[in-house]
Design a protein around this ligand. Structure first.
Ligand code: SF4
Ligand code: SF4
Length: 67
């Protein structure tokens, strides 16, 4: 039997002010600079949630469901 474990990832909302704090905080490089707001490289995200803690405008939320 194969057990599939869903790993978490995060979503960046339009309320992002592009301050860059999350980019500097992410330990795995899962957040990449992008024109309007950071892009999330889902495969690199370990769902540590550090970016959610550091975002000053609460623009990052944990994605729900398997990916
Ligand atoms: S949850 Fe952790 S690993 Fe994922 S993007 Fe945020 S800081 Fe990076
Ligand atoms: S910390 Fe929040 S406001 Fe700053 S770039 Fe990341 S998502 Fe945007």
């Amino acid at each position: 039997m194969t057990v599939v474990v869903a790993r978490g990832t995060v979503v960046v909302a339009e309320s992002c002010t592009a301050c860059g704090s999350c980019l500097a905080t992410c330990p795995t490089g899962a957040l990449a600079p992008a024109p309007r707001r950071p892009a999330v490289r889902d495969r690199l995200c370990t769902a540590c949630l550090a970016c959610i803690e550091v975002c000053p405008v609460d623009a990052i939320t944990e994605a729900v469901g398997p990916r």
